[in-house]
Write a protein that binds this ligand. Structure first.
Ligand code: XIL
Length: 396
């Protein structure tokens, strides 16, 4: 028969160890700081340490950042931005937006030095900023801007002209001339409001269809492709110092869409339209990322025109549930993406489309998919984080 004392001792041994994926450290944490056998308490941030698979390192919740659950470099990097800058890039950043700015642990990582750039995910788009014609609303965009500037982070403005998230008053029955003047008025107002305060604007967003034709939407259909030059000219007139980007997805791949983007942008440059950069969004799928060399080659087609390029919205999604193998492949894929940018001198920076799965747009947009970001929903760094570090360290 086991005595009460021995039973108590046994229980305390059991409760002294956190369970797989359980919390094992962080400010205010008074529970166990070691993990059950085969799991390691891994520091993530001041608020959270977590039991992750593996026995390496063996640190506790109070320890330094240690192992990742899969192979890959052990990282002690606390600023992806500083590392990117040390390798000649302008910034490493993240998207964010208003709803999550009340989440203190989230904001702590966002503004704590890890990142040097912010893109507002939604609040500077046309619908939110001009809810009725000629009435502008910049409060939410201003909140993101002031958070960024008060932490020495630069801002990419996103976006001025896109087929989605348009104001409902913008009717498809408008005439060509009316639509052009409406576009010019919107851009003039917004770019003037943020004049001198944003590094770059995504002026025209996603104008190309995956099939290799211009995307069918209001401006393309009524005004024609000249709406793109109209938008860039209006933005340049309002803030001559902002870098003006055309931003699109799937430019990482060769094919019809890439060819149309290259020919259209070449024409804009030849016509003297004030375009300065091409944004490669970088919304990718785990296991389907092309080689770094081929992505870099696509980027260099644009830099050869005298433009800069950037990864503007990286996330790499998977079909759920996540497995160790998928997370390992995601680590490789993040490394590949970042390496591609490092291979191109005029790839100026990298932005992830929010750093954490907690606020990713993926699950609500792509059914059954998710876990696309380098931090998990508990704000814990995933293997992908080490992939980013390895990518940033890949050159020089
Ligand atoms: C997404 C936002 O993240 C979502 O919150 C919103 O519901 C839809 O738009 N390409 C872009 C971004 O250029 O603006 C999109 O952002 C993601 C795809």
């Amino acid at each position: 028969m086991i005595s009460a004392g021995i039973l108590l001792a046994l229980i305390s041994v059991v409760v002294a160890q956190s369970q797989p994926y359980g919390q094992c450290g962080g400010q205010g944490w008074t529970g166990a700081t070691t993990c059950t056998s085969g799991w390691t308490c891994t520091y993530s941030n001041p608020y959270y340490s977590q039991c992750l698979p593996g026995t390496g390192g063996g640190s506790t919740g109070g320890g330094s950042q240690t192992t990742s659950p899969t192979s890959g470099p052990t990282s002690t990097v606390t600023s992806l931005n500083a590392l990117a800058k040390s390798k000649g890039k302008l910034y490493f950043g993240s998207a964010t937006d208003n709803p999550e700015l009340t989440d203190a642990p989230y904001v702590s990582i966002l503004t704590g030095g890890m990142f040097g750039q912010i893109t507002p995910g939604n609040s500077m788009k046309w619908g939110p900023t001009e809810p009725s014609q000629g009435t502008y609303s910049y409060t939410q965009g201003d909140a993101v801007l002031s958070l960024a500037t008060s932490h020495n982070m630069i801002v990419r403005g996103h976006n001025l002209c896109w087929y989605e998230q348009l104001p409902s008053w913008l009717s498809s029955s408008s005439s060509n001339a009316t639509l052009v003047s409406i576009l010019q008025a919107h851009i003039q107002s917004e770019v003037t409001h943020y004049k001198g305060q944003v590094y770059a604007w995504d002026v025209v967003n996603e104008p190309f269809d995956d099939s290799g034709v211009m995307r069918s939407w209001l401006y393309q259909n009524v005004v024609g492709t000249s709406y793109i030059a109209d938008a860039f000219n209006a933005a340049h007139a309002a803030d001559p110092n902002a870098k003006l980007y055309l931003n699109d997805y799937n430019l990482e791949y060769s094919g019809a869409k890439f060819n149309l983007a290259l020919s259209t942008i070449t024409t804009l440059v030849q016509q003297g339209v004030p375009i300065h950069g091409v944004g490669f969004e970088g919304h990718m799928i785990v296991g389907s990322v092309p080689s770094a060399a081929s992505i870099a080659a696509n980027m260099e087609k644009f830099t050869a025109l005298g433009l800069e390029v950037a990864f503007t919205e990286i996330d790499i999604r998977m079909t759920l549930p996540a497995t160790a193998a998928l997370l390992a492949q995601q680590q490789t894929d993040y490394q590949t993406m970042v390496t591609a940018c490092m291979m191109v001198a005029k790839c100026v920076g990298i932005t992830v489309w929010d750093y954490t799965d907690k606020y990713s747009w993926v699950p609500s947009t792509f059914s059954g998919q998710g876990e696309a970001c380098p931090w998990d929903a508990n704000l814990v760094e995933k293997p992908a984080f080490n992939g980013i570090v390895a990518g940033l360290n890949s050159q020089g």
